[in-house]
Design a protein around this ligand. Structure first.
Ligand SMILES: [Zn+2]
Ligand SMILES: [Zn+2]
Length: 176
C-alpha cells in the first residue's frame, strides 16, 4: 500500500464519518513532502504552515494531529524531546522504528520486520486491529560518549550536527 494521497485519505475519513477539511489536507500535504527521517512537533508544523501563509491556529493543529493519529494516518511519537512528534504512518515496507539519543535528540530510523510480524500476530490473537507498532530505543550517540557523557556534559549540550542545524535555522530567520 502506498502512503496516503489526498483522495485515499478522503475516502478513509469519509468511511469513518470524518471529513477531509482544508486544514487536514494542508497538514497531510506538509507530512507528505517532509524529507525522509524528519519528524515534526505540533509547534513546528504550525511554523511551517505559517511560513507558507496558511493561518491555522495552534489549537486546531493540536486537535487535527491527534485525530489523524487516532485514525492511523499520522504516528504520534514519544521521542526524547519532551513534546510529541508526528510523521506519516506509512504501511509496510516503509514501516520503521526509532533510535533516539537522549542527550542531543538525534533520531535514527531503522526497520525490523520481526517486531512488526510479532505485533501483528499478537494483535490478531486477541482479535484486535493493528493501527501502528512503534519501538523507540533510547540511547546515547557516539559523540556524546566521546565527550564524556554523562558527567562531563552539561544537560544542554548538543552534538555538532545539532548545533550546525540550529545556526542554519537562525540564519534563515535573519534573512527572511
Ligand atoms: Zn520516523
Ligand atoms: Zn547525541
Amino acid at each position: 500500500m502506498p502512503p496516503y494521497t489526498s483522495a485515499s485519505l478522503k475516502a478513509e475519513l469519509n468511511s469513518r464519518g470524518w471529513r477531509l477539511t482544508p486544514q487536514r489536507e494542508k497538514i497531510l500535504h506538509v507530512f507528505q513532502n517532509l524529507p525522509r527521517g524528519d519528524h515534526l512537533s505540533a509547534e513546528e508544523l504550525h511554523q511551517v504552515l505559517e511560513e507558507r501563509g496558511e493561518a491555522i491556529s495552534l489549537s486546531t493543529i493540536y486537535r487535527s494531529v491527534k485525530l489523524m493519529s487516532r485514525m492511523g494516518i499520522l504516528r504520534e511519537l514519544e521521542l526524547a524531546e519532551g513534546h510529541k512528534h508526528y510523521e506519516l504512518n506509512q504501511p509496510y515496507p516503509h514501516h520503521h522504528h526509532h533510535l533516539v539519543c537522549i542527550q542531543c535528540n538525534k533520531t535514527l530510523e531503522f526497520k525490523n520486520d520481526s517486531i512488526l510480524k510479532h505485533s501483528l500476530k499478537q494483535t490478531e490473537k486477541e482479535g484486535f486491529q493493528l493501527i501502528d507498532c512503534q519501538l523507540t530505543v533510547m540511547a546515547v550517540c557516539p559523540e556524546a560518549v566521546r565527550m564524556g557523557w554523562p558527567s562531563a556534559l552539561p544537560s544542554n549540550w548538543a552534538c555538532t550536527r545539532v548545533v550546525a542545524e540550529r545556526l542554519q535555522e537562525e540564519e534563515k530567520k535573519e534573512d527572511s
